[in-house]
Design a protein around this ligand. Sequence first.
Ligand code: PNS
Length: 161
Amino acid sequence: MKKRIAVYPGSFDPVTFGHLDIIERASKIFDHVIVSVFVHSGKKHMFTVEERVAMLRRALKGRKNVSVDCFEGLLTDYVKKKKTDVVIRGLRAISDLEYEFQMAAINRTLYRHIETVFFMPRVRYSYLSSSVVRDIAHFKGDVSKLVPVHVAKAVAARNKK
Ligand code: PNS
């Protein structure tokens, strides 16, 4: 039987417990999940692509059907290259819907076979985003309930002055 492969794209700057919750749910449904960091050269990030990939790999160590990668250019081209047509995204609240709806629709316009599958994280993470983590860290707050330990350390180290 054909393997069901899905791509979970994002900035992951940095990975949070919310992302990990989505990955866990997706990995139970798909045979293989490729978590892929988008290389957006024009945008300022807290962590480099290499750092974000390394943090994801560490957080996902031991998960046999999950791999971590990065991509440049259009998501639809990347998805085709990976020989799949399934994209995973997390939906935390209705406020996410407009952006996600637009992205899914555009991607379908670019590649008609693409399907975007949405997963809802546990409610406890519905307020959580990488930007919230970056904001708290900026003011030297505690992010240990929001991200894995190694990520919390990396975030604290980046904000040490
Ligand atoms: O975690 P994010 O920042 O919400 O992820 C957004 C991402 C990386 C999934 C999105 O920006 C993307 O797919 N970028 C690749 C470029 C592309 O295909 N753009 C057209 C569709 S919006």
